[in-house]
Design a binder for this molecule. Structure first.
Ligand code: GDP
Ligand code: IMO
Ligand code: MG
Length: 427
């Protein structure tokens, strides 16, 4: 069976934790988009792992982990990430990287920084990992792909064609230019380290599907950061929607069995852009501190708000989500007043959808449903029935409003701090 895990908000929903948790049911875990802008944390037996480009099945030695075509990869940072894992004792892992994935080149980082500076107040608040410039080069057909480092002659020819164009752009934004020989040597030095991992992952995945393997596609970011459907321009440069898995991993769309949408019990966002249910007050500060809402990649304090179900429902409807995974519910203990945003008010009208223009979205005011708060610590609860009545009402409200069942409830960062409400493998 093929499962897709999609973030339904602005990222950081807890994808790393639930992927690691689901990995015991999987043969393969695959990242299909994004790059090291993602930061996925998982905690296993008290040890915290912060993954960026590596799929979150990497801790489990039985899993084959894949970084597919739709990803952009900073190979130098990937090697650092692998070395950090090795230092933590994770030496026995299976990793395949798509030869078609694009390489985040050092100049992409310079350009990401330069564009943000030039945008001044209009800046996106990117992670400055070179994501936008790398995906732009892919679309402009100026990219360098992972498979190119296995073919030195081709790589040199490609750099001879592309680098002058990149140097021209770098000169225009007052950044230092790159020397071809130097860049070539740096990239070629990676060949012996990575060559055993680089394959045609498209064929590998299609074969695995024919053999009825269990595969989980682990999304990065979240639906509201989708390049095509999010709060453009305050988005990332790929599509985190389950809809994009087919193209990003070269598998037929009909082979996807289930889409699991993952959401926090509240809302967060890092970077600039509209956020209707944002709490710029003491309640927001409390949620930030209790939930440790600081970026895994950039350490920036995350912006925090009440749960926005307009956002969540929009994503569920776009990607046909079958089940929900509700994360960080423990953080809402003692949060009073406890509210859920169900609609927006736009220019005096009540609406139940995300307006398509940023200026309209910026004018939206939240309409809230007040929920009953609970005071009990729920972090040790492992059975749904043991949750306080008010907590169950909060979950039921989400299910009824979205018309989607909650399958997993997460009450702490650790792998074990999870309540299974529905069996997604046997329905
Ligand atoms: P991802 O990008 O979607 O993988 O999410 P991040 O790892 O960036 O952010 C989620 C954070 O919440 C991490 O620090 C996790 O360890 C933590 N976390 C995940 N689930 C829970 C939970 O149920 N309760 C609490 N308190 N923390 C959680
Ligand atoms: P995970 O996978 C939260 C945000 C950045 C910025 C915008 C564009 O951990 O959920 P980019 O560097 O992609 O060009 O930045 O997208 N962003 C994320 N926010 N979680 C992420 O990933 C993010 N990846 C990018 O903060 O607003
Ligand atoms: Mg994250």
């Amino acid at each position: 069976m093929v499962f897709v895990l999609e973030g339904l908000q602005w990222g950081d929903e807890g994808k790393g934790k639930i992927t690691d948790y689901l990995a015991s049911h999987m043969d393969i875990v695959c990242r299909h988009q994004g790059g090291n802008n993602a930061g996925h944390s998982l905690v296993v037996n008290g040890v915290r792992y912060a993954l960026k480009s590596l799929p979150s099945g990497i801790i489990n030695p039985k899993i084959t982990n894949i970084i597919a075509n739709g990803c952009v990869i900073n190979l130098f940072s990937l090697i650092e990430e692998i070395n950090t894992l090795k230092e933590k004792g994770i030496t026995n892992f299976n990793l395949y990287i798509s030869s078609r994935a694009h390489i985040i080149m050092p100049y992409h980082l310079d350009l990401d920084g330069a564009y943000e500076e030039l945008l001044k107040n209009g800046k996106i608040g990117t992670t400055k990992k070179g994501i936008g410039p790398c995906y732009s080069d892919r679309s402009s057909r100026l990219g360098i792909r992972v498979g190119d480092i296995l073919e030195p002659e081709y790589l040199r020819k490609r750099l001879e064609e592309v680098l002058p164009i990149k140097n021209l752009t770098l000169r225009m934004v007052n950044k230092k230019e790159y020397d071809l020989e130097d860049l070539f040597n740096k990239l070629i030095s990676l060949k012996p380290i990575l060559e055993d991992h680089i394959i045609d992952t498209s064929r590998f995945l299609r074969e695995a599907i024919k053999e009825n393997k269990n595969i989980l596609f682990e999304g990065a970011q979240g639906a509201m950061l989708c390049l095509d459907n999010g709060t453009y321009p305050y988005v990332t440069s790929s599509s985190p929607l389950a809809n994009s898995v087919s193209i990003n991993a070269s598998i037929p769309p009909q082979t996807i069995s289930k889409v699991v949408g993952i959401m926090k019990a509240y809302t967060t966002r890092v970077g600039e852009g509209p956020f209707v249910s944002e709490l710029d007050n003491e309640i927001g500060n409390t949620i930030r501190e209790v939930g440790h809402e600081y970026g895994t990649v950039t350490k920036r304090p995350r912006r925090v708000g009440y749960l926005d179900l307009v956002v969540v429902k929009n994503a569920i409807e776009m990607s046909g989500v079958n089940y929900l995974s509700l994360m960080l519910l423990d953080v809402l203990t003692n949060i009073t007043p406890l509210k859920i945003c169900t609609h927006y008010e736009l220019d005096g009208k009540i609406i139940d959808y995300i307006p398509s223009t940023i200026s309209e979205l910026n004018r939206c005011k939240p309409i809230y449903k007040e929920m009953k708060a609970w005071k009990e610590d729920i972090s040790k609860v492992r059975n749904y029935n043991d949750l306080p009545t008010e907590t169950k009402e909060y979950i039921k409200f989400i299910e009824d409003f979205t018309n989607c069942k909650v399958a997993f409830i997460s009450v702490g960062p650790d792998r074990d701090a999870t309540i299974i409400k529905e069996d997604i493998f046997n329905d």
